[in-house]
Design a protein around this ligand. Structure first.
Ligand SMILES: Nc1nc2c(ncn2[C@@H]2O[C@H](COP(=O)(O)OP(=O)(O)OP(=O)(O)O)[C@@H](O)[C@H]2O)c(=O)[nH]1
Ligand SMILES: [K+]
Ligand SMILES: [Mg+2]
Length: 364
């Protein structure tokens, strides 16, 4: 039996047991056991139980959003409010122990929302279930960092540091540097812009530090040494993040106003259902999904039923969405919208679609 199963067995037994003098001792014992198993689950350990149990949630829908935050900031309350899934919420820390998926339906899209256990300082080193939580966060399209508005700025800085330390870059784009290790020929260094933070000498020093002696480097942007290191190391995740300050019902109007003006920030109260619509609007913006409308020959486009795709989708992606075999019967497509020079324009399967394009597919 896994730890999670043991926990739920004990919880059930506690619920079944009537509280009175005679059961007092037994209940105490059960609660102690429960605390022990919870602690085990939250401990950094090599056992398979602590590793991934309860975190292997299938990706589904059009996009995935992960809820990251300290314990008891209101992540589960939020999931239960926004989706038809109920996730247990309570005033004690680490109420949530696994990954709990729900679905937000918005503008015709299904957005998978993942409730996760709280994480704390040291999460990246394996404190609590930090590693598992961060591993799930890496798979998301957008992270919602939920913060307790009554706790000020501390939580945000601490969590940013944790995510930063495992290669997650929030609200940053991939540095525009071309980097290619070579077999020989030394280091060739070039830049298309004036560099104020890096020099050829520094770049060489950094490369030597990583035991790279032959490579081609081209800076197309005025990047910092840290950004250059990110490019060398690779394996970085560049992710949009919304900082959501919850529990604003507990703070002054002045403080609400101050937090709301911070970059990438939204203030809400799950308790009083404040500003949740605005949060959804912002989330939609950060997801930056592409809506494509289809049109039949001689008819108007169907604006009621969009095909929703991630950014960077091609005509082929649209075909697959309509029918499995459509791409193989594809002759050409006519596209109206910002992705083409002419409206309509005849395009092939590799043409990249843009938000709100209209497409008419012609079969062989
Ligand atoms: N005052 C106030 N309390 C809230 C609000 N949202 C949630 N809470 C309370 O905060 C407590 C923690 O909520 P949870 O949803 O369990 O928090 P969590 O982040 O999921 O916590 P863990 O799963 O333990 O990490 C509960 O007692 C909630 O009722 C809010 O907007 N205002
Ligand atoms: K809680
Ligand atoms: Mg929770």
């Amino acid at each position: 039996m896994g730890i999670l199963e043991k926990i739920s067995e004990i919880e059930k037994e506690i619920a079944r047991t009537q509280k009175n003098k005679a059961t007092e001792y037994n209940l105490g014992l059960l609660k102690a056991k429960l605390a022990k198993y919870r602690a085990q689950l939250l401990e950094p350990s090599k056992s398979s139980a602590a590793k991934g149990e309860g975190f292997d949630v299938m990706k589904s829908g059009d996009a995935r959003v992960a809820l990251i935050g300290f314990p008891s900031v209101g992540k589960s309350t939020f999931l239960s409010l926004m989706t038809s899934t109920a996730s247990e919420a309570a005033s004690y820390e680490f109420t949530t122990l696994t990954c709990i998926p729900g679905v937000i339906e918005y503008k015709g899209a299904n957005i998978q929302l993942l409730d996760l256990p709280g994480i704390i300082e040291g999460a990246a080193q394996g404190k609590g279930r930090g590693r598992q939580v961060i591993a799930v966060a890496r798979t998301a399209d957008v992270v919602i960092m939920m913060l307790d508005a009554t706790k000020g700025e501390v939580q945000r800085a601490l969590l940013e540091k944790e995510l930063e330390s495992v290669g997650i870059r929030l609200n940053k784009s991939k540095p525009n540097i071309y980097f290619k290790p070579k077999k020989g020929g030394g280091i060739s260094f070039n830049s298309t812009v004036t560099l104020t933070q890096c020099s050829e000498k520094l770049v060489q020093l950094i490369l030597h530090e990583y035991k790279i002696f032959n490579a081609e480097v081209l800076f197309r942007e005025d990047c910092s040494p840290d950004e250059f290191i990110d490019v060398i190391v690779g394996n970085r995740v560049y992710m949009p993040c919304l900082y959501v300050y919850n529990k604003i019902d507990q703070i002054s109007m002045e403080e609400v106003d101050r937090l709301a003006r911070r970059p990438h920030s939204v203030v809400i109260s799950c308790g009083m259902k404040l500003n949740l619509d605005y949060l959804l609007e912002k989330l939609w913006e950060y997801l930056a999904l592409t809506c494509i409308y289809t049109k039949k020959r001689g008819q108007r486009p169907d604006f009621t039923d969009a095909i929703i795709l991630r950014k960077g989708a091609s005509v082929e992606h649209v075909c697959h969405r309509i029918h499995r075999s459509l791409a193989s019967q594809f002759k050409y497509a006519l596209v109206w919208g910002t992705s083409t020079k002419y409206s309509p324009q005849r395009v092939g399967l590799t043409h990249m679609m843009e938000h709100e394009d209209v497409i008419q597919i012609v079969k062989k």
